[in-house]
Write a protein that binds this ligand. Structure first.
Ligand code: ADE
Length: 242
């Protein structure tokens, strides 16, 4: 596959998505800064229709689970054929399968992925995929949270949005990345803007003081308090990250 030069000296970050519903893409990834970056060639999106590799006249992609039980399971042979085709052009990309069983998607994982060449993402439907394709094709299962979606497409979009916004040149101000939630293991401090007084609630005096050291200290303390209160898991894990 030919790479479009980005004008930044970098090759575009490549997203390759395997799905039964390619029409869901780019969807929300086609608007705003992420969408502009797609049009500008800072990242690319290739879609593979899994059904193209289906079996028989009906192009079946799933079947009943071995051992019985509810629902349908996506076939190993069908998925492997789709993966192998996608890998003809994108063999270097890590292969991820969006699943509530997966390792949690964290900002650290997002950053790692965004610094690589891209991601190949398998978006499943039904009850899951045949375990043999996970082992046989070296798939990493990734979860976006402890709840169950009806398919992996939305989860794939969440992962892609989080990665693409970290690609240099996609967001305007690099500065806005440095202080956001999770970058230092803390939730973000509260923000204020105009008006200075609103419904009897004043903007904290320190933020109007012009004393940058005091402001930084106040923000740090607020971020720490928020993290302790809302996310004891994050607070407890500080210092143990990466
Ligand atoms: N597919 C269905 N639910 C999911 C989740 N929570 N995370 C990732 N992929 C999913």
């Amino acid at each position: 596959m030919a790479h479009i030069p980005t004008g930044t000296g970098r090759l575009p970050w490549r997203a390759s998505v395997l799905t039964l519903f390619p029409e869901m893409f780019p969807g929300p990834l086609g608007v705003s800064l992420i969408g502009q970056a797609l049009s500008a060639g800072l990242w690319s999106l290739t879609l593979h229709q899994i059904r193209d590799f289906g079996i028989g006249r009906h192009r079946a992609v799933d079947d009943t689970p071995a051992g019985g039980g509810a629902g349908m399971v996506m076939r190993a042979d069908v998925l492997a054929a789709a993966i192998d085709r996608a890998r003809e052009t994108d063999a270097d990309l890590p292969l991820l399968y969006m699943s509530p069983r997966g390792v949690p998607l964290t900002q650290a994982r997002v950053r790692m992925l965004s610094e690589g060449p891209g991601a190949m993402i398998l978006a499943g439907r039904f009850e899951g995929i045949d375990e043999r394709v996970i082992v046989g094709r070296g798939v990493t299962e990734v979860s976006i949270g402890d709840y169950v979606l009806s398919g992996g497409e939305l989860a794939a979009m969440v992962l892609l949005d989080a990665c693409v916004r970290l690609i240099p040149g996609v967001l305007g101000a690099e500065e806005s990345l440095a202080h956001e939630s999770f970058e230092d293991g803390l939730l973000e401090y509260p923000q204020y803007t105009k008006p200075r007084d609103w419904e009897g609630r004043p903007t904290p005096e320190v933020l109007l003081s012009g004393d940058h050291k005091k402001i930084a200290a106040w923000r740090r303390a607020e971020a720490e308090q928020l993290t302790r209160e809302r996310r004891p898991d994050l607070w407890g894990a500080r210092g143990k990250r990466r």
